[in-house]
Structures are given as C-alpha cells and as structure tokens.
Design a protein around this ligand. Structure first.
Ligand code: NAP
Length: 300
C-alpha cells in the first residue's frame, strides 16, 4: 500500500462516509484483514508503512445484541483495539486516532453533561458493560503508550450515530430501527409504531457524516487531542420519535411503548466544550433533515 493514511472499518457506516470525503486514505474491511487475528494485523503492518491510522473497526450493535452476546463484544473489541494500538507503536506510526463511544461512560454520575475526565468515574451501563469496558481499555492503552513511548495518539468519543449507511437489521441502533419501523408501518398502511422501553431516556444523536468530517479535519489539521463529539441536542426517545414521524410525513401515526423491553442507560450526554474549543466553526446536520434523507434512501 502506498497510501500512508489507513482507515480500519472502511466498510462500516462511518468508513463509507469517510470514503466519500477523504478518498486519498486507504480503507480496509474485515474481508481483507481480520483485526482480531494477530497474524492478520502483522501482515497489515509488515507490508505497509502508515503515517496515520484512523481506527474505526469495532464490533458494534444495538442493545439486544449486546445483552445476548456480551462475550463476543468484549473479545472482538479488546483484541482488535489492543492489536491495533500495539502494532502502531511497534511500527512507529506517527498518528493514531481511536474511536470510542459515549455509551462507555459511567452509567451514573453526579452531574451532566459528562466531560472527558469523567470516563473512569464509574462502571458502564449493565446493558453494554462488556463493550464499554473493552472500548475504555483502548483509552487506557492509548494514554499509557503516550506516557511510556512519548507518542501523541488520541481518541474521540462520539455520541450515538445514524446515517444513510446504517444497519437496518437486528444489530441496528435506535434511529435506524425507528426509521425502519416508520417505513414498514407506512407500507402496511398502519397508523402506529411500537418502540422499546418507556420513551423517557435521553440521547444525543449525530449524523455519521458529521463524524467523518471531524475525523478528516483531525488528520488535515494534525489534531492530537482526545475529546467528545456530539451534537448539542439531548432529546428524549419520545421527542426523537416525533421528530422522525414529522420528517417522514407520518405525523398521523401514534407511538406505543413496549415497557417489557429495556430502556438502556437513562442518559449519557457528554460535554462538547473541548470539541468547540478545537473546532469553533463546527456545525451538525439537523436531526429531522438527516432522518428524512435516510428515510428517502430506504424508500427507493
Ligand atoms: P459499523 O458500521 O458496524 O462498522 C464497523 C466496521 O468494523 C465494519 O465495517 C466491520 O467490518 C469492521 N469490523 C468488525 N469486526 C472486524 C474485525 N474482526 N476485523 C476487521 N474489521 C472488523 O460501525 P460504525 O457505526 O461505522 O462505527 C465506527 C466506529 O464508531 C466504531 O468504533 C464504533 O464503536 C464507533 N461508534 C459508533 C456509534 C454508532 O452509533 N454506530 C456510536 C459511537 C461510536 P465488516 O463490515 O466487514 O464486518
């Protein structure tokens, strides 16, 4: 590979967004390199010379899949993150950007929004505990190699994502599942959608394209700080569902809640003070407009 910017997880939703705006990077997927395998990671580094790595690859899924397969979430993520950081150090990669997630923050803290220094101030929520611990470990590993090997590696912690390349299967996150439910209800001429839980939890959602734009800027502007990334909204599930119904021209539908299903963490909003100090001009896609774009894509 001649290109010196490597993006792992290139076939995922953030990877696909990044490919659109940052074609000069090299993108790899699990088909080419299984990053849970040391042999495969070694091959990747042996035959290439990377200046910068954006490490997107992860086992990512919704709440039910996390509850049902906690060992898989732990093992896959701890292996690929540990191998990627370790090999970056071994092969003297200059810049490394790890990607975490706000769902790895403590389940409960005394005050919100959560700032970067609060990451280890309590255990992650039980519904994605093993995923949370495995992703947190990458932050610990990166901070440790910076200290021990005098590196300037960093990690970003984005809020929940949605976008046109989202998954619409059993692994989907809330917004993708919501859009699919609206789409299917409309097709079946139904006037209701049923959502998990109570509708009360609060969430920050961001379009995956907005995250891709920030990651590209980090490389171009040589940003080496670790920080949270979120749109400032922190809306209840019920409010997000109503925004989505309006965006999909389905205001007539009513929302039913299945409270036998888990709500997940009540809130996990993070502070974006540091983000805005690094990129004062940053802006985010309007949630309704972003949902409409995804819905229109499904409705082809
Ligand atoms: P995604 O669509 O699931 O993409 C993840 C990618 O990782 C996939 O392309 C997958 O490849 C790859 N991958 C999984 N296991 C692998 C393995 N063993 N070896 C090599 N590659 C492997 O996830 P995303 O939404 O783009 O997320 C990108 C990053 O953002 C992740 O680190 C995630 O934790 C973080 N994040 C996501 C969200 C969210 O709501 N989605 C929120 C906050 C943070 P295949 O497709 O080939 O299996």
């Amino acid at each position: 590979m001649s290109n010196s910017i490597l993006v792992t997880g290139g076939a995922g939703q953030v990877g696909k967004e990044l490919q659109q705006i940052f074609p000069e990077a090299t993108y790899i997927s699990s088909n080419e390199y299984d990053l849970t395998s040391e042999t495969s990671v070694q091959d990747l580094f042996t035959f290439s010379n990377f200046d910068t790595i954006i490490h997107l690859a992860a086992k990512v899924g919704g709440i039910i899949d996390n509850i049902n397969n906690p060992a898989d979430y732990y093992l896959d993520n701890i292996l690929m993150n540990t191998l990627m950081v370790n090999y970056a150090v071994k092969y003297n990669v200059r810049r490394f950007i790890g990607v975490l997630s706000t769902c790895i923050y403590p389940d409960n803290v005394e005050s919100y929004p959560m700032a970067e220094h609060m990451l280890h101030q309590g255990p992650p929520t039980p519904t994605n505990f093993s995923y949370g611990v495995s992703k947190r470990s990458m932050a610990v590993h990166i901070d440790a190699v910076n200290k021990q090997y005098n590196k300037e590696y960093c990690y970003v912690t984005p809020c929940n994502l949605y976008g046109i390349y989202d998954k619409f299967d059993e692994r989907s996150h809330f917004v993708a599942a919501l859009i699919k439910k609206i789409y299917e209800a409309k097709k079946a001429s139904s006037d209701k959608i049923t959502l998990f839980g109570t509708g009360r939890p609060l969430r920050q959602f961001m379009n995956a394209r907005d995250l891709a734009i920030i990651l590209k800027r980090m490389v171009k502007e040589d940003i080496t700080e670790s920080f949270n990334i979120a749109a400032t909204n922190n809306l209840s599930i019920d409010t997000i569902a109503k925004i989505a119904l309006t965006a999909c021209d389905c205001d007539h539908m009513h929302i039913e809640y299945d409270s036998s299903k888990p709500d997940g963490q009540y809130r996990k909003d993070v502070s974006t003070k540091k983000l805005h100090s690094i990129f004062p001009d940053i802006s985010f896609t309007d949630l309704g407009q972003g949902i409409k774009e995804v819905y229109n894509k499904l409705d082809l």
